[in-house]
Design a protein around this ligand. Structure first.
Ligand code: NAP
Length: 245
């Protein structure tokens, strides 16, 4: 088991990639804290307990700083330490520049960018105290290369890479690695709103000839959280089937 005895917080773990990662981490021996605004994460906890894994749900809103501090406290109280943080919670509110509302701009910044900052600032002091930790930030190929209609989303995902690079420098000496994962187009509820025509285009542009699965991405979270990635720090790992050469 690659995460035996490790304690991992995964935000946005109620569905999609976060859910898949929670199941995978638990199968690999981690004690998982599922953090989500959506109580459906409770069902994932039951699935994990169903195969003998350890998990707990802490209802959390990454945009709310008090909620993030409460999450870090709850994780440490329940399992005694925090070894891994996966900043996976994210949303889209797509519109072209001219039509993008200020509230949709602010909302996406609040969840994807400030949310990542809020949770990490709440959790990092405990990792510093322990002298070890793994922080995995979730970006997107859109943060590297842009995408039509995603001004707000691209800004957050590029910002997540920026914060990753800074934290890798600040926390590396304290035994903590910080890396980013940049998925391409992955089949989850997030991409259900993308028109089939666009998805077909993306399949055509992807050398692998298919969209990614949540498991494709969760596997990389697992690698970065495991001892195998001990010397990987400040990296951005694309999981996009070769979409972006
Ligand atoms: P998803 O299926 O939409 O799941 C996201 C989860 O995050 C949902 O359970 C959602 O709850 C939760 N969430 C939303 N706002 C939150 C908040 N304020 N606090 C805590 N949890 C919150 O998304 P996904 O496709 O699995 O994506 C996971 C991550 O990968 C995101 O960061 C996304 O940007 C990134 N990503 C995805 C793709 C893709 O193609 N799917 C590609 C590149 C990057 P609700 O159900 O209440 O909304």
């Amino acid at each position: 088991m690659r995460l035996a005895g490790k304690v991992a917080i995964i935000t946005g773990a109620g569905r999609g990639i976060g859910r898949e990662a929670a199941l995978l981490f638990a199968r690999e021996g981690a004690k998982v804290i599922l953090a989500d605004v959506d109580p459906q994460a409770e069902k994932v906890v039951l699935e994990i307990q169903g195969f003998g894994g350890e998990a707990t749900f802490v209802r959390s809103d990454v945009t709310n700083r008090e909620s993030c501090v409460a999450l870090a406290d709850a994780a440490a109280e329940t399992f005694g330490r925090i070894d891994v943080l996966v900043n996976n919670a994210g949303i889209t509110r797509d519109a072209q520049l001219i039509k993008l509302s200020e509230s949709d701009f602010d909302r996406v910044i609040g969840v994807n960018l400030k949310g990542t900052f809020n949770v990490t600032q709440a959790v990092a002091p405990r990792m510093i105290e322990q002298g070890s930790g793994r922080i995995i930030n979730v970006s997107s190929v859109v943060g590297l290369y842009g995408n039509f209609g995603q001004t707000n989303y691209a800004a957050t995902k590029a910002g997540v890479i920026g914060m990753t690079k800074v934290w890798a420098r600040e926390l590396g000496r304290k035994g903590i690695t910080v890396n980013a994962v940049a998925p391409g187009f992955i089949q989850t509820e997030m991409t259900e709103s993308v028109p089939e025509k666009v998805l077909e285009l993306m399949r055509g542009r992807t050398p692998m000839g298919r969209l990614g699965t949540a498991r494709d991405v969760a596997n990389i979270y697992l690698f970065l959280a495991s001892d195998d990635a001990a010397y990987v720090n400040g990296a951005v790992v694309c999981v996009d089937g070769g979409l972006i050469p």
